[in-house]
Every structure is written in C-alpha cells, then in structure tokens.
Design a protein around this ligand. Structure first.
Ligand code: NAP
Length: 475
C-alpha cells in the first residue's frame, strides 16, 4: 500500500484536494502519495503562522532553546529512519544520507544554543552633543512570519538552516520544500510537533514552486524569504519580493587550486570525494580543479584511479557511493555537456556515460575554459582538471566565473594563502581543503551570482531579527 502523507497547517495534518505520486529517482518506484497545497492552503498557512507569532514571541529564550534541543534528540532517536527517507526521496546514498542527518542534529543543537545568546548592546548616547542625559540600548526582536523555500539536495539540513535560526529568534515559519523532497519536511514537522513547538509556529505546504512559491514571495505578512536553490529562481524571487528581506543561497561552480602539497594521494582522493559525493549535486561540489603543471600528471592519475573505484548503485545499499541524479532530464543535460567538452578536444579520463538518471563519475582534462562545463554550474558528477604555470594565473581562472560561493586552495606557503584569501572573489576561502568543506555554525554564503546573505546559525539568526532601539531620557 502506498504511504499517504499530509500537509501541516495550523498544527493540523491536512489532506490535499489533489495529490501526486512521489517516485524514487533511482528505481522509479512510487514512494508516497503527496498532497498538493492550493493557493488557499498557503494563505491559510500564512494567516495561522501570523496568529501563532504571539505564542512564539511569548516563549522565553530557554523554552525556545529546549524545543530545539528536544527536536535534535528526536532526530537522534529516529536517525536511521531519517537517513532512509533521503535514500528514497532524493536517492542520496546511505553513507551520505547518514552524514546529512548527523549534520542536521548538530544544526539544531547550534540553534538551541543560539536561542540563549540573542543580545543587544548599550549605545554611548552621550558621545553625541545632543545625547547628554540619554541612555540607549538595542534589543533583537523576531521578524514575524518567515517564508522558507528549500531545494532537494540537503532536504533535512537545509530545512534545519531555516527553521533552527527562525525558532531560535522566536519567528514562525511557512516552509515550502522542493516537490521531490517533501518526506523529510513532513518528518521534520512531526518531530517539532513532538518537541512541543506551539501549534501554528511551523506550517508545511507542498506544491510546485512556480505556483505556490509565488504566494509566499508576494504575501505582505511574510517578512523575510529565506531561499536556497538555483540562480534563476533566486532572481525571480528577488524581482517579486518587493521590500521584504531576502536571503538567497544560490549555486556555484566551485574551484580548487592545488599548488604545493605534502600528501598528493590524500589531496587527490579528497578532490574525488568533493566532486562525486551525492553525484556532484552539492552547491559547493568540486567542479573545477587547477593544478600546478609539475603535479598535474600525478593528480589526474590518482584521481582517475580513485574515481573508477567508486561503486555505482542503489542508494539504500551500504557500499554505494554514486547513485541516480534527481531527474533524468538533468542527467541528459550533463551528458550533453560532456559531449560538448569531448567535441571541443577535451580528454574524458573516466566515466562520461549515462544510464537513465545515472551519470558515471566523470573526470575531464584539458577542457577549453569557454565550455558550459566550466562556466555554468554542473550539479552533476563531473569535474574538470586543468594545469597552470603560476599562482596568479590560477587565481584568475578561479575568479573567471559568474559565481562566488567557496574556493579551496592547497598551498604550503602562508604568503600564498593570505594572497589567495585577499584575491579570490568568494564568500569563503578554504586553505588546504576542498571548497566543499562546511560545518554548520560557520558563516556560509556567496558573492556574485551565488547569492546574498549568510547562513550558519548565528548569522542566519541575526538576519531573522529586527534591531529595536530604546532610549531613556534621564534628564
Ligand atoms: P530550484 O529548482 O531553484 O528549487 C529550489 C526551491 O525553489 C524548490 O522548493 C522549488 O520548488 C522552488 N521554486 C521553484 N520555482 C520557484 C518560483 N518561481 N518561486 C518560488 N519558489 C520556486 O533548485 P533545486 O534544483 O531544488 O536545487 C539545486 C540548486 O540549489 C543548485 O543551483 C544549488 O547550487 C543550489 N543550492 C545552493 C545552496 C547554497 O547554500 N548556496 C545549497 C544547496 C543547493 P519545486 O521543487 O516545486 O520546483
């Protein structure tokens, strides 16, 4: 019997007037029957979230922290079930799925801590001529209702990056997960219900972004849209959201420079991990590698050997490294980009083939830099490796991109490391590791087309508050 799920509005589980069959990207099997929220459902969700705002604001910092802490503990208890949800709805291999659930738990724990740290400051009012006899301080207040729109690729942890800071600061949330990954959002709502979150503080509406996403983006009662997803949708949201705040965490074609290293085997293997984990469907996946010419042959030899050892298969199997991409049409697009590179004279060192939604881990060498595979976001298990002669040239290659999320630089020179930090146009420079490195409390976000605003619990919590000033006239 097909599992039938419901949306979550005003603390109630609600059927939809219509529904769709959620299919596994790997097997095509129907995983669940999912309701479509209508525009009216979304409007009801926003209204309920607005009404629940008073209850949320009335909670003490300790109470908000305890709810988040309890949610983290419930995720721990349902750890394996959550990992299996990921294998089903987005074909994330079990090893990577467990890693995501572990991070989700940590994200909620950081949020539980952050709830206790929201502070303002005293303002030295009498530093101004007109400020004598005045005492001023600031406090942080919740914004109100937050609209959260999330992508398919980390459906537990990227939802946690919206809900954790929102609840830490006392906001309520209307969440619209990606249509392909509603099960993780529904499980998250079940967990928060069990954790004692006030009814109405979290709403989960489900449906196609272009249809119900717009309702959230344009609704005047929503004070901030926090969005993670593609540049195209990010631009659309920015154009439609008017004066409301927006946090946009968008795509990238992340690069790594390998200049001087002690352990070439370890670094090359790490690049394989960064390029092919979850079939490269990671916003900071390693897509472009620039290697000092003297090291180039050795790096491509180790990377090719390591990539060919990766096991392709069923995401629910313990040993699987690479599985299906989210949609067959994305795999077809990736295959076309590989062919374009081949036709332009690049060497396909391994992979390059497609089987349905699966693209083999593909390493491309000596690709001309004007190709799609270099200039656009691949979001597929494909990595390019090109040699360079001097460090400045490598920095130029990294910066020659519309994106700027994170970059990795391997160097044994402290001067070069500082120079790279200064010159590379990204939100985060990772020295001696790949750009895919992320822990959940660090500030995270991009420049250029990679977005605006920062996540990482402390930073997102601040974005989800309004600064209020109070002044006492003591004269
Ligand atoms: P997407 O197609 O942009 O979708 C993201 C979310 O937006 C989904 O919930 C989607 O709903 C919704 N949406 C689609 N059209 C919309 C519209 N017109 N108005 C409002 N919402 C709309 O992205 P994706 O394919 O799920 O995720 C991959 C992208 O996310 C990549 O570009 C990746 O780099 C980026 N990403 C960035 C980060 C980061 O932190 N910077 C992290 C992860 C992923 P439907 O599913 O119903 O279409």
């Amino acid at each position: 019997m097909t599992l039938s799920k419901r949306m979550f509005i005003n603390g109630q589980w609600k059927e939809g007037k219509t529904s769709y069959k959620l299919k596994s990207p790997y097997s095509g099997e129907v995983v669940a029957e999912i309701p479509f929220s209508t525009k009216e459902d979304v409007l009801e969700a926003v209204q309920s979230a607005k009404e629940a705002q008073r209850k949320m604001k009335a909670l003490t910092a300790l109470e908000r922290s305890n709810i988040l802490e309890k949610a983290a503990r419930l995720f721990e208890k349902q750890f394996e079930e959550c990992a299996l949800i990921l294998t089903k709805e987005n074909a994330k291999p079990l090893k990577a799925a467990r890693g995501e659930v572990l991070r989700t738990i940590e994200t909620y724990k950081f949020a539980a801590e952050e709830a206790k740290k929201l502070t303002g400051e005293t303002i030295p009012m009498d530093a101004a001529k007109g400020g004598k006899g005045k005492f001023g301080f600031t406090k942080r207040e919740p914004l109100g209702v937050i609209g959260a729109i999330t992508p398919f690729n980390f459906p537990f942890n990227l939802v946690a990056h919206k809900l954790g800071p929102a609840f830490a600061a006392g906001n309520t949330v209307v969440l619209k997960p990606a249509s392909q990954t509603p099960l993780s959002a529904i499980k998250t709502a079940e967990i928060f219900e069990m954790a004692g979150l006030p009814a109405g503080a979290l709403q989960v509406v489900i449906g196609r972004g272009g249809e119900i996403g717009d309702v959230l983006v344009t609704h005047s009662d929503i004070k901030l849209i926090t969005f993670t997803g593609s540049v195209e949708v990010g631009l659309d949201i920015k154009a439609k959201s008017g004066l409301k705040k927006t946090t946009l965490e968008l795509g990238s074609n992340s690069a790594v420079i390998i200049d001087s290293i002690k352990d070439i085997e370890q670094v090359s293997r790490r690049c394989v991990e960064g390029a092919f984990t979850f079939s490269g469907q990671v916003c900071i996946s390693v897509q472009r590698i620039f290697v000092r010419r003297e090291l180039y042959k050795q790096v491509i030899e180790i990377m090719t050997r390591t990539a060919m050892d990766l096991k392709i298969g069923d995401p629910a199997e313990e040993s699987t490294d690479v599985s299906a991409m989210i949609l067959e049409k994305e795999a077809i697009r990736a295959e076309e980009w590989i062919k374009e590179a081949e036709n332009a004279g690049a060497e396909i060192l391994c992979g390059g083939k497609r089987n349905g939604s699966i693209i083999e881990p593909t390493i491309i060498a000596n690709a001309p830099l004007h190709l799609s595979i270099n200039c656009k976001e691949a979001f597929a298990p494909i990595v390019l490796i090109n040699p360079y002669n001097d460090f400045e040239e490598a920095i130029r290659y990294v910066n020659d991109s519309p994106y700027g999320l994170q970059a990795g630089v391997y160097t044994e020179s402290i001067e070069q490391a500082f120079h790279a930090i200064e010159e590379i146009e990204v939100g985060g420079v990772i020295i001696n590791d790949i750009p895919s490195f992320r822990v959940d409390q660090m500030p995270y976000g991009g420049v250029k087309d990679s977005g605006t605003g920062r996540e990482g619990i402390k930073y997102a919590t601040e974005e989800m508050t309004e600064l209020k000033l109070a002044v006492f006239n003591l004269d």
